[in-house]
Design a protein around this ligand. Structure first.
Ligand SMILES: NC(=O)c1ccc[n+]([C@@H]2O[C@H](COP(=O)([O-])OP(=O)(O)OC[C@H]3O[C@@H](n4cnc5c(N)ncnc54)[C@H](O)[C@@H]3O)[C@@H](O)[C@H]2O)c1
Ligand SMILES: CC(C)[C@H](C(=O)O)[C@@H](O)C(=O)O
Ligand SMILES: [Mg+2]
Length: 360
C-alpha cells in the first residue's frame, strides 16, 4: 500500500538552506521508486523572515507546521551579537517554541566515529553512543528575570525547572534506548552543587532503573563527563542529562566524532501527539554561510533519523550506509556542500547501500 508523508521543511538561516537542500536531495533519492512519497511544504522562518516582516513564529505558522507528519529544520539564528536581531530572540521564539509547543521532550543526539574519519582524539577506538537530552525543561524554560539598573547591583537570574514528570519520562526513554543497545546508561548531572535538581534526577534514575535490571547504570558529574568524552568515549552507550548539559556535551561529542558537520539530532515526541523534528546539531554558521563550505552530512544523517522515526527503517539504514561509504573516502581535497550531497546520493546506488523498492 502506498503512503504519503507530509513534511514541514524549515531551511532557516545561514548554512541552513544549503544543508537542507542536500538533505532533501537524499530524501528524494532514497524514496524514489518506492511506495512512500514525501509531500514537502517549505516554511520561510528565521532571522531573514524576522528582518523582512517582524514575525518570528506566528500562531498560524505553528498550527500549519504542527499539522504535518514530521519536520526537517536546517538552522536558525543570525550572527551572534547582530544588533538588528537584538529584540527578536529567534532561538527562543522559534526553535525553542517549536520544541516546547510540540512537546519534544527527548532530544536524541547520536555520536559515532565513522571509519575513516579523522577524529581529533589520537586513539579513540570504537565510539558509538547516544545522548538523550531532556528537551522541554531546565534553564531553557524562560523562568527568569532581571532588575536592570546598569549598576553593579544589577541582578539577572535564569531558573532551572525540573519536574518529576519531565525527568521521569525522559529517563524512562533513555533506559528503553539502552535496552535496545549495549544496555548501559550514564546519568550526567552536577549533583554535588545543583543539589535540588540533582537529587531529583538521581532519585528518579534509581527508581526507574529498578524496572530495568538488565541495564547497568553509572553516574558522572558533568565536568568529569567532559574529561571522559575526550579520554575514553568508548565507555559510553547512552547518556541521559538535562537540557543545558546536553546542549554543551553534544557540541563536544560532535567535535570528537570528527566535526560538528557530522552531528545529527531528533527532537522527538515519543507519544506521537505532535510531529517530531529533525535537525543538525550545529547552527547557522554565519562565518561560512553562502560559501558552500558547510558539511551537509549532519542534515543528511538527520534524514536517516527521520526515516527511522517514521518506521522506514530500510531507507534509514540505506542513508546511513551511503554516508558511511562516503565518509570512508573523504581524504583529499575539500568538497563543496552540493558535491558531498551528490556523492552521498551516488553512494545510495552502491549494491550494499540500496534500499529495497517496496519499503512500507
Ligand atoms: N539548531 C539551530 O538552529 C541552532 C543550533 C546552534 C546554534 N544556532 C544559532 O546559529 C548561530 C551561530 O551559532 P554558533 O556560531 O554559536 O554555532 P554554529 O554551530 O553555527 O557554528 C560553530 C562553528 O562550527 C562551524 N560549523 C557549523 N556547522 C558546520 C557545518 N555543517 N560544516 C562545517 N562547519 C560548520 C561554523 O562555521 C563555526 O565555525 C547563532 O545564531 C545560534 O544561536 C542555531
Ligand atoms: C540555538 C539553541 C537554542 C539550541 C539549543 O541550545 O538547544 C542549539 O544550541 C542546539 O543545540 O540545538
Ligand atoms: Mg547547541
Amino acid at each position: 500500500m502506498s503512503r504519503t508523508v507530509t513534511l514541514a521543511v524549515i531551511p532557516g538561516d545561514g548554512i541552513g538552506p544549503e544543508v537542507v537542500a542536500e538533505a532533501v536531495k537524499v530524501l528524494h533519492a532514497v524514496t524514489s521508486g518506492t511506495d512512500v512519497a514525501f509531500d514537502l511544504t517549505t516554511f520561510s522562518l528565521g532571522a531573514g523572515r524576522y528582518l523582512d516582516t517582524g514575525d518570528v513564529l506566528t500562531d498560524e505558522d505553528l498550527a500549519a507546521i504542527a499539522s504535518h507528519d514530521a519536520i526537517l529544520l536546517g538552522a536558525v539564528g543570525g550572527a551572534p551579537g547582530d544588533p538588528r536581531l537584538a529584540g527578536a530572540n529567534i532561538e527562543r521564539g522559534l526553535l525553542l517554541k517549536l520544541r516546547f509547543s510540540l512537546d519534544h521532550y527527548v532530544n536524541l543526539r547520536p555520536t559515532r566515529i565513522y571509519p575513516g574519519v579523522p577524529s581529533p582524539l589520537a586513539d579513540a577506538g570504537e565510539v558509538d553512543f547516544v545522548v538523550v537530552r531532556e528537551g522541554t525543561e531546565g534553564p531553557y524554560v524562560g523562568n527568569g528575570g532581571s532588575i536592570r539598573t546598569g549598576t553593579p547591583h544589577e541582578v539577572a537570574n535564569e531558573v532551572s525547572v525540573n519536574t518529576a514528570y519531565g525527568v521521569e519520562r525522559v529517563v524512562r526513554y533513555a533506559f528503553r534506548t539502552a535496552q535496545s543497545r549495549r544496555r548501559h546508561l550514564t546519568l550526567v548531572h552536577k549533583t554535588n552543587v545543583l543539589t535540588f535538581a540533582g537529587s531529583l534526577w538521581k532519585r528518579i534514575t534509581d527508581e526507574v532503573g529498578a524496572e530495568f535490571p538488565d541495564v547497568t547504570v553509572d553516574y558522572l558529574h558533568v565536568d568529569a563527563a567532559t574529561i571522559f568524552l575526550v579520554t575514553n568515549p568508548g565507555r559510553f552507550d547512552v547518556l541521559v542529562t538535562d537540557n543545558l548539559f546536553g546542549d554543551i556535551l553534544t557540541d563536544l561529542a560532535g567535535a570528537i566524532s570528527g566535526g560538528i558537520g557530522l552531528a545529527a539530532s531528533g527532537n522527538i515526541n515519543p507519544d506521537g501527539t505532535s510531529p517530531s523534528m529533525f535537525e543538525p546539531v550545529h547552527g547557522s554558521a554565519p562565518d561560512i554561510a553562502g560559501t558552500q563550505k558547510a558539511d551537509p552530512t549532519a542534515a543528511i544523517l538527520s534524514v536517516a533519523l527521520l526515516l527511522d522515526h517514521l518506521g522506514l527503517t530500510e531507507a534509514s539504514a540505506a542513508v546511513t550506509r551511503a554516508v558511511t561509504a562516503d565518509i570512508a573516502n573523504r581524504a583529499g581535497h575539500p568538497r563543496r556542500t552540493a558535491e558531498i550531497g551528490d556523492a552521498i546520493v551516488a553512494a545510495l546506488s552502491l549494491p550494499t547501500a540500496h534500499a529495497p523498492k517496496d519499503i512500507s
